[in-house]
Design a protein around this ligand. Structure first.
Ligand SMILES: Nc1nc2c(c(=O)[nH]1)N[C@H]1C(S)=C(S)[C@@H](COP(=O)(O)OP(=O)(O)OC[C@H]3O[C@@H](n4cnc5c(=O)[nH]c(N)nc54)[C@H](O)[C@@H]3O)O[C@H]1N2
Ligand SMILES: Nc1nc2c(c(=O)[nH]1)N[C@H]1C(S)=C(S)[C@@H](COP(=O)(O)OP(=O)(O)OC[C@H]3O[C@@H](n4cnc5c(=O)[nH]c(N)nc54)[C@H](O)[C@@H]3O)O[C@H]1N2
Ligand SMILES: [Mo]
Length: 759
């Protein structure tokens, strides 16, 4: 174990293995919940138990006795922690004093225990009753000149039941302002894919991994962010399935991995090489790489080789000819320059694709968080169409979602651009006329706050203020509001940087028992492969004064809309009544919801491309033109580097578990910049020198973060990386994907400034 002063010590072991087992035990020990945590773990991701609150990766179809990963345990441990934030805590610490503490410290204080209201006369949060809290919200919302002056945020841990009711409440109040975490995450998937294949979701299910003949993993750090997928990959490798990894960072688990739940390699020290082809892509070089592979396929096709599925292209698609023409006229030298990958390797990867009769392409934030993320995803879909990789066992597109229910929240109505057809059904089922105009996504909501046209912010989970770009401006935006509400399990920055009035409303967590008037309730979630399953908590709630998210939505609705004919109180008493309404609003996918959810494995929501049905205007899958090779704007500046803001192994989004990032060899700090050694030498930098980063902004605002330690790391030239959320002050609010509004957090143009300080 590196000592307290170590900053960088490369990790040479396979990922997973005993390192993961030790980290698992440590996570439980640190929160003093070994007994309680271990008991709860036996119920995690098991039929009848609760769903892991960490990522959205599905459960396997065949259950093992234990079904969790190192990072799932960390997520559970921080939720099940013994530590509590009580009224005594708030009496002791003023809000100004709390503002001086780190995010890590704030969350480390433990679970919130009762509703609190900000008192400006003393600068302390003071206890208030739930009714007072709801009345304050109702009073503020009713006072607005227009319902569009309120912003209703959702983070992706919220259940289907709570999210659906929240969307009904907010629309009956009168706005479509639904900024949500998806707007910063897989929104390019949700908005880009429909144009290509008619639906904004993945087309793969777990079973496809058993039948696939090639897997591509593009811009996703599987070993850290969806560790339960690693077992599938190791298994595929044992079947000799080639895996192509496309990433500017050689992420440890994608190079070599030991399955911690497999006794044989654990005992023998064995491990599996995961990537058979590691494509060391430049940041934003993916479009050039995919077009290069496509060009290679077209060249083989022209030479008479059977590499394309012409029958599929003919029957199921449109737009092929102009699309092909655009790629054929691209210059190989340009493709190599923009991707940073040599033609020989591009051809090798294309050959792997051409040999495979069933290919899966998985992708994550390395693809979505660019200025043309949505259009890039359309090109991935097009690439898959070339060999008919839709509606075929073992094949398809697999966006690896983030939060455990982020996909479900969108399905049940968290959508700032709802379709008219959905709004009609909502009207018919609930008997009110919903607002028709589009609402704000995440970035637009901050713009509205800054412009003074938004006055209330309600956060259903999450930590919006540190998830969104331009941290100082986000602070300014929040401080201008009349009311901010944080519905949360833990204290975070959003509670400390607040509006004139502010509330902290503590909720029952996923792993906890949810008791209501008609008995214990379960909730449902939809995983990244569109399977809906039930989740039932097993632990006693952290405090008797917590409410469920559903109960809080009903409380807010009753206080805001006293004349509402919607039976809010009944919904809070019995969640199956909510599921009946979900079934009524979404009959095609959710018919008989309450009956079907009794199946322990849950049920799969229909994904038409799996049947080769394309819900596009023409009824065909579409090759969409995206000319050129760039997914981000070119910037004329010789000193420019592209900064990718990423997660460490010891964090869940803005929740930091520790200052270490084991697989990347970082210890005791998160203030680092990973750099190519030649880029460092060019700037006169040596290992562990202190630097500042400054954004090459186009809007005249200066953005800078100091006191970062430069680490020479295997990065491609011109590409650097550092941690989110610490580097969010560098990300301009207006630097986002054109189609979806998702901030381009993986490609921030910056320059590095050496500092005189030593670490
Ligand atoms: N333990 C844990 N699990 C999580 C989360 C967590 O914070 N902790 N967060 C959850 C959430 S909300 C999400 S969205 C997912 C996020 O999971 P990921 O999608 O893995 O997100 P990131 O860690 O941001 O990193 C993405 C990867 O993209 C690579 N990358 C950066 N730029 C580029 C590029 O231009 N091209 C390519 N090809 N690759 C690039 C980076 O090197 C990194 O390996 O994980 C979810 N699961
Ligand atoms: N620069 C940069 N910015 C990014 C990203 C990036 O890669 N780079 N990634 C983006 C992505 S992919 C995402 S998804 C967003 C994440 O944005 P968010 O979803 O807003 O952030 P989280 O950190 O997941 O939220 C953590 C908080 O959720 C609360 N919480 C935890 N569990 C529960 C629960 O069960 N119920 C309720 N009500 N609250 C709960 C806790 O109080 C905790 O403090 O950040 C985005 N921002
Ligand atoms: Mo995410």
């Amino acid at each position: 174990m590196p000592d307290r002063k170590t900053i960088y010590k490369p990790y040479h072991h396979p990922a997973g293995g005993w390192g993961a087992v030790r980290a698992t035990a440590k996570a439980l020990l640190e929160q003093s919940v070994v007994g309680k945590g271990s008991r709860a773990l036996l119920s995690m991701n098991q039929p009848g138990g609760f769903k892991c609150p960490s990522c959205a990766f599905p459960d396997p179809t065949h259950h093992k006795k234990i079904e969790f990963c190192e990072n799932g345990v960390k997520a559970l441990a921080v939720e099940a922690t013994k530590r509590r934030v009580t009224r005594a805590f708030f009496a002791e610490h003023s809000v100004s004093a709390l503002a001086d503490q780190s995010d890590y410290w704030l969350e480390e204080q433990g679970r919130l225990t009762e509703p609190m209201r900000y008192d400006p006369t003393t600068d302390h949060y003071v206890p208030c009753s739930w009714q007072e809290a709801f009345d304050l919200i109702g009073c503020h919302l009713r006072q607005l000149n227009s319902p569009d002056e309120a912003e209703f945020y959702t983070s992706g841990r919220t259940s289907n039941e709570a999210a659906f009711l929240y969307s009904v409440f907010v629309r009956s109040f009168g706005t479509n302002n639904f900024p949500d975490c998806s707007n910063m995450c897989h929104e390019p998937t949700s908005r880009g894919l429909p144009g290509a294949i008619g639906i904004g979701k993945g087309t793969v299910v777990m079973d496809d991994f058993e039948h696939t003949e090639a897997i591509f993993i593009v811009g996703q750090n599987t070993g850290t962010n969806s560790p339960r997928m690693m077992g599938l990959l190791a298994h595929a490798r044992k079947r000799n399935v080639p895996i192509v990894v496309v990433n500017p960072m050689p992420e440890r688990a994608l190079i070599r991995f030991t399955e911690p739940q497999d006794p044989v390699p654990m005992a023998t020290g064995g491990s599996t090489a995961i990537a058979t082809e590691f494509v060391h892509i430049r940041i934003g070089g993916d479009l050039a790489f995919f077009k290069g592979m496509t060009k290679a396929l077209f060249e083989s096709d022209a030479a008479g080789k059977a590499v394309l599925d012409h029958a599929f292209i003919e029957t199921h698609t449109e737009g092929f000819a102009p699309w092909r023409e655009e790629i054929m006229q691209l210059d190989w030298a340009e493709i190599e320059r923009v991707s940073g990958i040599e033609k020989t390797q591009i051809r090798r990867a294309a050959a792997i694709y051409a040999r495979s009769n069933a290919t899966i392409i998985c992708f994550g934030m390395g693809i979505t968080q660019h200025q043309q993320g949505a259009r890039m995803i359309q090109q991935i879909a097009a690439f898959l169409m070339l060999r008919g990789n839709f509606g075929k066992k073992g094949a398809g597109i697999a966006p690896i979602r983030g939060h455990s229910n982020v996909q479900g929240d969108r399905t049940v109505g968290i959508d700032e651009k709802p379709t008219q057809a959905y709004l009609d059904r909502l009207r018919d089922v609930f008997g009110f006329e919903p607002p028709r105009a589009h609402g704000h996504h995440a970035v637009e909501s901050v713009e509205a706050m800054l412009a003074g046209t938004a006055k209330v912010f309600i956060g259903m989970g999450g930590n919006f203020i540190h998830a969104i770009p331009d941290t100082p401006r986000a602070y300014e935006a929040m401080r201008r509001l009349n009311l901010t509400v944080g519905i949360a399990t833990k204290l975070n920055r959003g509670h400390i940087v607040h509006g004139r009035d502010a509330l902290i409303l503590p909720v029952i967590a996923r792993s906890e028992i949810d008791r209501q008037a008609t008995g214990e309730q379960f909730i449902t979630i939809e995983d990244a492969m569109s399977t809906v399953t039930a989740s039932r908590g097993v632990l006693e709630p952290a405090s008797p004064d917590l409410l469920s998210e559903v109960a809080i939505v009903c409380g807010m609705a009753q206080a805001t809309l006293p004349e509402s004919p919607i039976p809010w109180a009944l919904f809070a008493d019995d969640y199956s009544l909510i599921r009946d309404r979900i079934a009524a609003v979404y009959p095609e996918i959710y018919a008989d919801f309450n009956a079907r959810i009794r199946n322990k494995q849950g049920f799969h929501l229909d994904i038409p491309p799996r049947r080769r049905v394309w819900k596009t205007p023409s009824g065909k899958a579409r090759f969409l033109l995206f000319p050129g090779l760039a997914v981000d704007d070119a910037i004329e500046d010789d000193a420019m580097l592209r900064l990718s803001t990423i997660r460490s192994h010891d964090q869940f989004n803005t929740t930091i578990y520790s200052m270490n990032d084991r697989y990347r060899g970082i210890y005791n700090t998160r203030m680092v910049v990973f750099m190519n050694d030649e880029d460092m030498a060019e700037r006169g930098l040596e290992q562990e020198m202190v630097v500042s980063l400054e954004t090459l902004s186009t809007d005249g605002i200066s953005r800078r973060v100091d006191d970062l330690v430069a680490i020479a790391y295997p990065m491609p030239r011109g590409a650097i990386a550092g941690y989110y959320p610490e580097l969010n002050p560098l990300l301009p609010l207006n630097h986002y994907d054109e189609i979806s509004g998702t901030p381009a957090a993986k490609s921030i143009p910056v320059r590095v400034i050496p500092s005189a300080r030593t670490p």
